[in-house]
Design a protein around this ligand. Structure first.
Ligand code: EPZ
Length: 425
């Protein structure tokens, strides 16, 4: 299993291109199940997770071709003239939770689906009850059997409904949205997630002929259509990758241009980085991030649904605060168990106390390198960031988590002067 070795202390200077958003790309790929026509996605991040989604879709009857039609390596052509299976087995779904996104589209197009329950994961129990509630409201019958969801549409097909989510959920909003596009009549989603990835999926669905309005608000109105057509869609830039590299510069110091980054996707993050003393400006090509001379100062954050501070940047921000001047309180409200990076950051010398859903971080002047390991994607990258500021060598083990969500991270940071190498074993 590969590891990443970082020798801290180098400032970062240069440019980092921002890739397409993983969490938009995965549901966007699943939209190919909804139509026999071609879906062409551009700006697809090349990640273990997107390749894996391609493999899962292929087992269901989707033809998957990367880099064709002159689209370059970061494009994929997806087409499912006919579904050959409506079954997503445990072995495939357990490897990646986003596999569960095939359930709604299979049900909408084929009238039935058997998809494994994804199970819990390192950051919490992560149930799918609200995905299933939404499908039931659309008229599906749902049974749970031996760890599988068996979903079936009534003989006349699914019917639009009013669906209110008790709290904001990205995944269940996307499931409801994808499925309702092919239901008869009108669907209203209340308290829908407003995350930019949800908006990107809705925009792509409209390009495919869906009739969705209210995009970007918490009330989505969907007028069902009989069939969807093909489309070409460009995946929006990854706001979590953007925020991660912004925090890398905040931690290491220096000045980096994040090419293709969109400030409007991370306003809450920009606000808190400015408060901590990081300089941020918009350029014609994206965002410029700089910290020169002075030590950053502590700032507090609470994770919230969009447009609040994203849970997927909480670990990285904690790594940043570990070396800032003063004490910061970081509160996690989205997932119940998302502080697994704390003991690992402590191994690097961070001073962090967890009290329930909050962590109190007292910044130290210097971290010190050590071998560390993380159990999920964003926690892993927080250790890479901490390594940039630590004296000596930090060895981040189990980097397959990183490869799931960060495209060429060692190349991107290395090109800006970080002393970072992948060690294969
Ligand atoms: C998406 O997960 C992202 N994953 C996560 O990113 C991200 O952290 C999360 O949204 C929040 O922004 C993908 O897009 C593939 P939720 P999702 O449904 O959709 C509870 C990463 O590192 N809930 O918004 O699973 C749930 O347990 C990943 O890239 C239910 O109770 O998140 C959580 O507490 C990690 N029942 C809260 O809602 C349900 O049926 C929000 O989860 C669904 C969710």
């Amino acid at each position: 299993m590969d590891s990443i070795s970082i020798r801290g202390g180098a400032r970062l200077n240069g440019q980092i291109p921002i890739s397409g958003a993983k969490n938009a790309a995965l549901p966007l790929m699943a939209l190919s199940l909804l139509t026999p026509r071609e879906l062409f996605l551009e700006n697809l991040p090349s990640l273990a997770d997107t390749r894996f989604m391609g493999e899962l879709l292929a087992t269901l009857g989707v033809e998957v071709a990367y880099g064709v039609n002159g689209g370059g390596p970061s494009s994929v052509r997806l087409q499912a003239p006919k579904l050959v299976s409506t079954f997503a087995p445990y072995d495939l779904v357990r490897k990646m939770r986003a596999s569960f996104y095939v359930l709604g589209p299979l049900l909408a197009r084929a009238g039935e689906a058997k998809v494994s329950l994804p199970g819990g994961c390192a950051i919490g129990t992560r149930p799918v009850d609200l995905h299933l509630m939404a499908l039931e409201k659309l008229g599906a019958s749902i049974e749970l059997e031996d760890g599988y969801v068996l979903a079936a549409a009534p003989s006349g097909g699914l019917t639009g409904a009013e669906i209110e989510f008790p709290f904001v959920t990205v995944g269940a909003t996307v499931t409801a949205l994808m499925t309702a596009t092919l239901a008869h009549g009108h669907t209203t989603l209340l308290n829908a997630a407003r995350e930019p990835e949800v908006t990107d999926v809705a925009d792509c669905l409209n390009a495919m002929g869906a009739k969705i309005s209210g995009i970007g608000t918490s009330t989505l109105e969907i007028e069902g259509v009989a069939a969807l057509k093909g489309a070409t869609h460009r995946v929006l830039p990854d706001r979590i990758e953007t925020g991660t590299y912004a925090m890398a510069v905040a931690i290491a110091g220096g000045e980096v241009d994040l090419l293709g980054a969109r400030g409007d996707l991370i306003e809450s993050v920009i606000d808190v980085l400015l408060e901590a003393g990081v300089e941020i400006s918009e350029t014609n090509e994206g965002l410029r991030i700089a910290r020169n001379g002075h030590r950053a100062s502590a700032a507090n954050v609470t994770t919230e649904p969009f447009p609040g501070f994203p849970t997927d940047l909480q670990a990285q921000f904690m790594a940043f605060m570990a070396t800032a001047e003063g004490e910061s309180t970081i509160k996690e409200t989205i997932f119940e168990n998302r502080f697994m990076h704390v003991p690992e950051l402590s191994r690097l010398g961070a001073d962090i106390i967890v009290e329930g859903q909050s962590a109190r971080v007292k910044g130290v002047p210097k971290l010190k390198g050590a071998p560390v390991m993380a159990t999920d994607l964003r926690a892993s990258v927080s250790l890479v960031l901490a390594g940039l500021a630590a004296e000596g060598e930090t060895m981040v083990n189990r980097v397959y988590h990183l490869d799931r969500g960060f495209e060429r991270i060692e190349e991107k940071l290395g090109a800006c002067g970080a002393d970072i190498t992948r060690v294969s074993s």
